[in-house]
Write a protein that binds this ligand. Structure first.
Ligand code: FMN
Length: 402
């Protein structure tokens, strides 16, 4: 998760009385795990649904709901609006959204929002589909959007009222991703980046294929980190079990050949290219159209080389190209050979002899070798933090030298 990126950030969570309020408790728990500094405001109606005690215990933080509880000079609506780096309202009811838009300030959450200056603010509208699709609500949300509120759109699905449609509370991971995006500096604003991720699948017949253990987590984390810093990101991904990163164009492929085609297309317009996919080196010469039946004795599968995407990339002078390698011995020697052979600007080397990092793991520890002969060691950390360091310490450095 993107936990490390919210560490120490001051997040004010406003909670109104949508039925998805129990999910806001989980959001708070996740933000606490991410080591964010937290404060919560409940609307009086929200407090009828879930006690402030639950939020306070789960978030290990102060919870406010009474606008008139001024103590020792602390005026909740003005002081909290000044304190926060990010104000998120989740869930945001139709009522709260309408009042926000009208500038009404008849409870602590609304008064705080009105006093909140020009800083990141996020709305998570959740409600019954008919309430959500009512033009009054859609217009209110659109107007708040034009006044600096970022909106995480509700999802479609089964609603508490029994209806099926748009209005469901989105996954908390998505909301946290949006928070990390809003709180990040954007040195890569307007820059196009291409990232590849995941394994490829090379067909043997119509039910079997050759693949590898890549989970795609590292590449997805890099795509997210680039987007947080403002880049327009295309993620070309082999099959993975991962949720698509928000705000990133995702191109799904299966085989090495398909991945090569997608890279050819998107690399032409990308300033930064990060090839983190574990692409198959070999593919069956002639995949069978039908399921291959078993027969006595040995079975030989003939393989041929796939195209080496990195080595054959038609790169432009001003592009930054970063490759990945996975080695189990002589890491530096092999990484530097690949760096040179494939004319890369830098190569990120994973040590796959270790079971605690890299393939499938939540964590990684990498060495980065640059074409100027220098290197960087990124200490063991979760892949989100490694990805953000790769962008800051490798990509920004290469861009500043280019
Ligand atoms: C069981 C129940 C569930 C509700 N769920 C929602 C909801 O998901 N979204 C919404 O906009 N309003 C919902 N409401 C209506 C709001 O609670 C109501 O409009 C309230 O006045 C909003 O106040 P607030 O915005 O200050 O929290 C629900 C009400 C009840 C009783």
């Amino acid at each position: 998760m993107m936990s490390s990126l919210l560490q120490g950030r001051k997040i004010l969570l406003g909670v109104s009385s949508g039925i998805a309020i129990y999910k806001a408790v989980d959001l708070l728990s996740k933000l606490r795990k991410a080591k964010a500094e937290l404060r919560v405001i409940l609307t009086p109606e929200a407090e009828k649904m879930v006690s402030g005690l639950v939020f306070s215990a789960v978030g290990n933080c102060p919870v406010y709901s009474d606008i008139f509880k001024v103590q020792e000079g602390f005026i909740p609506h003005t002081d909290l609006s000044r304190w926060a780096e990010l104000f998120a309202i989740a869930p945001a009811t139709a009522n709260t959204i309408a009042k926000l838009n009208a500038g009404i300030a008849d409870n602590l959450l609304l008064a705080t929002a009105l006093a909140y200056p020009d800083k990141p603010k996020l709305l998570v509208p959740t409600m019954n589909t008919r309430m959500f699709e009512n033009p009054v609500t859609t217009e209110n949300i659109a107007k708040l959007g034009s006044q600096g509120w970022s909106v995480v759109a509700p999802e479609e699905g089964h609603l508490a009222c029994g209806d099926v449609g748009k209005g469901r509370y989105p996954e908390n991971e998505l909301i946290i991703e949006e928070m990390a995006y809003l709180l990040s500096e954007k040195p890569l604003a307007g820059m196009k980046a291409l990232v590849t991720a995941g394994p490829t699948r090379e067909r043997i017949d119509n039910v079997r294929y050759i693949t590898n253990r890549s989970s795609g987590k590292m590449g997805y984390a890099i795509a997210r980190a680039l987007r947080y810093m403002g880049a327009e990101v295309v993620l070309v991904t082999g099959p993975t079990a991962l949720r698509a990163p928000a705000g990133v164009e995702v191109v799904k492929v299966q085989s090495a050949t398909e991945m090569a085609g997608a890279v050819d297309l998107y690399s032409k317009v990308s300033k930064v290219i990060v090839m983190a996919a574990a692409v198959a080196d070999y593919k069956p010469v002639k995949p069978s159209e039908h399921k291959i039946k078993k027969s006595p004795g040995e079975f030989t599968l003939r393989l041929e080389r796939t195209r080496d995407i990195l080595a054959t990339l038609e790169r432009k002078e001003d592009q930054i190209v970063i490759g990945f390698c996975a080695e189990d011995r002589e890491l530096e020697k092999k990484a530097r050979e690949k760096l040179e052979k494939k004319s890369l600007d830098a190569i990120v080397c994973n040590d796959i002899s270790r079971s605690d990092i890299a393939f499938g793991s939540e964590e990684n520890e990498v060495f980065v070798y640059f074409k100027d002969g220098s290197s960087e060691h990124l200490d063991k950390a979760d892949k989100e933090l490694i990805a953000s360091q790769l962008v800051k310490r490798v990509i920004l450095r290469l861009l500043s030298n280019s």
